[in-house]
Write a protein that binds this ligand. Structure first.
Ligand SMILES: [Zn+2]
Length: 305
């Protein structure tokens, strides 16, 4: 029986075991085997899809942020996104909260926003006087970023080449809804480590594998969406893998965010009652630390520690 167990990417114990095969409708029904760890409770796509495969997938415009972008002008698209945020704030809430937490942890200001998206985090960071560099690979999304922020996000990969050019340059590196997309074999955490100054802060927001929603949904977990999502982090899995790469945990919490626009269009006149029930459930989940997303703050170890 033990020959079916392999070493866990997160906790290193030999407790990772095949869980089920996920069929991806976004990727011509390709099958992705999912493995789960009985020790740290994380899960992972195994084997990892190749770099070529992932590049092709993301270039094919199948990734979800594109869905907001239609044939209208960039200004109209931005207005649409801002209206959605105004009606049911999600990203803006998280951006305010996370930037506020960072200013409570450090007074340093050189900030990298990896996979910046439309730039809600960069905007909030800029407002709090951070010196912001942002990376975003999607051409259309980058146009919206420019409109929202007034400066360009860089069209650069978050890889070893970028690290070489920017070694130990940053005080803060933020990856919001990014780390679940990057194969661990590509060394994203080592790259973060090398981009940060000693004592620098890394902020990670990822879907929470082990949230109440995730437990209830099991194999139908809405965040198990390879080839987009490849890593499924429990709080323990996330903490252990960052420790492995030389970080210490400063703060970890969970939050829940529901897309109320989707609920409104799906449940129509019943949406107020659905929202009422969901809100109670969300409050309960967050209180017991099993909210939908993990937000974690790590510090690169100082040499004398
Ligand atoms: Zn594990």
């Amino acid at each position: 029986m033990s020959e079916n167990l392999i070493s866990c990417t997160y906790c290193n114990l030999k407790t990772l075991k095949f869980w089920f095969n996920h069929t991806s409708v976004n990727s011509s029904n390709k099958i992705f085997p999912i493995f789960k760890c009985s020790s740290c409770k994380g899960a992972i796509v195994n084997p990892t899809p190749s770099n070529d495969f992932l590049e092709k997938f993301y270039k094919s415009d199948q990734n979800s942020m594109e869905q907001n972008i239609t044939n209208q002008t960039d200004e109209d698209t931005l207005q649409f996104i801002l209206n959605q945020e105004k009606e049911f704030p999600n990203s803006t809430l998280d951006a305010k909260k996370i930037i506020n937490n960072i200013t409570n942890i450090t007074n340093k200001k050189i900030f990298l926003d990896v996979g910046a998206g439309y730039g809600f985090f960069s905007k909030e960071a800029k407002k709090a006087n951070f010196d912001v560099t942002a990376l975003e690979l999607n051409d259309n999304v980058r146009k919206i970023f420019k409109l929202l922020n007034g400066f360009e996000a860089l069209n650069k990969n978050f890889n070893e080449e970028f690290v070489e050019e920017n070694k130990e340059k940053f005080d803060i590196v933020l990856l919001s809804q990014v780390l679940e997309h990057i194969p661990i074999e590509f060394n994203p955490i080592k790259n973060i480590y090398n981009l940060l100054k000693t004592g620098g802060i890394c902020v990670i927001a990822v879907p929470h594998f082990g949230s109440t929603f995730s437990i209830l949904q099991g194999k139908k977990d809405m965040f198990i969406t390879p080839p987009e999502h490849l890593n499924f982090f429990s709080k323990k899995a996330l903490t252990l893998i960052f420790k492995k790469f030389g970080f210490k945990l400063l703060k970890i919490e969970t939050v829940s965010r529901i897309n109320k626009n989707k609920i409104k269009s799906k449940f129509k006149i019943f949406s107020p009652i659905i929202n009422f029930i969901l809100n109670l459930f969300i409050k309960f989940s967050d209180r017991i630390n099993k909210g939908m997303y993990i937000q974690a703050y790590f510090q690169k170890y100082k040499n004398d520690e």
